[in-house]
Ligand binder design. Structure first.
Ligand SMILES: [Zn+2]
Length: 242
């Protein structure tokens, strides 16, 4: 684990990370709607109270990352940090639907999963709207200042490709919390560490290059275990049509 004070709460297939900041914690991402009570319970095991969450950084607008964000804000009064490109989807509580499976094998796997999802879940990737107010923080691109101002030695990087609103947190110890900009999930489908859904694979690779150039050494994805950032180069060399 990172040498900074980092805690992890795992909810289903998503890992939510908590970074110590001035006066409390910054939480990176939440989970699907309807899981706030479960989150609070799991959070208690780390010794952190929900009231200590001062900031919620959304790596992007997808329902498995922003699902109970509005509920968390209601309970804790925390400030939301999101990229400008996330605002319209967050305000509508809707999945933008611009990401596609990264390869053919995954397309088949996801077709079965989507069928299962439609049969057993109501709704279509939607979630309670998250309306950012004046007190919230809108990220325009890379931001080297904000985290330092709240006592976290790190930067926020714009890392699109999975979605146009994707942002990552890179700490000074070279740990990178990347949301879905990279994954360690369903690797048997030949995806390597690529996101299983992408808007543009070349933009994903540009984001990976940026993470590496800025010094990322260990990648903490939302889906799957952390891995060495050097593996990104290997994954980028895989054929997209696997
Ligand atoms: Zn996503």
């Amino acid at each position: 684990m990172s040498s900074h004070s980092v805690q992890c709460v795992k909810l289903g297939w998503v890992r939510c990370f908590l970074l110590k900041c001035t006066g409390g914690y910054l939480l990176i991402d939440v989970y699907y709607p309807g899981n706030y009570a479960k989150f609070e319970k799991k959070l208690a095991r780390t010794g952190i109270a929900a009231s200590e969450i001062k900031y919620l950084l959304l790596t992007h607008h997808h329902d498995d990352h922003a699902g109970f964000a509005a509920e968390l804000v209601r309970h804790t009064g925390c400030q939301v940090i999101a990229h400008r490109n996330a605002l319209s989807a967050l305000e509508k509580g809707e999945y933008e639907g611009t990401a596609k499976p990264v390869n053919r094998r995954l397309q088949i796997v996801m077709a079965f999963y989507l069928l299962y999802y439609k049969l057993f879940h109501k709704g279509e990737w939607d979630f309670p709207p998250v309306r950012l107010a004046d007190r919230d923080i809108i990220i325009e691109g890379d931001n080297d200042e904000f985290l330092k101002g709240i006592g976290i030695d790190g930067v926020i990087l714009h890392t699109p490709g999975h979605t146009r609103d994707s942002i990552s947190v890179l700490l000074s110890d070279r740990s990178a919390f990347v949301g879905d900009a990279a994954m360690n999930f369903l690797r048997w489908t030949g995806v390597g560490h690529r996101p299983i859904y992408i808007e543009d694979i070349n933009i994903v690779y540009e984001s990976w290059r940026k993470l590496r150039e800025r010094g990322a050494r260990v990648i903490y994805p939302s889906h799957g275990n952390c891995f060495s950032a050097a593996k990104l180069e290997k994954s980028a060399g895989l054929a997209i049509s696997t």
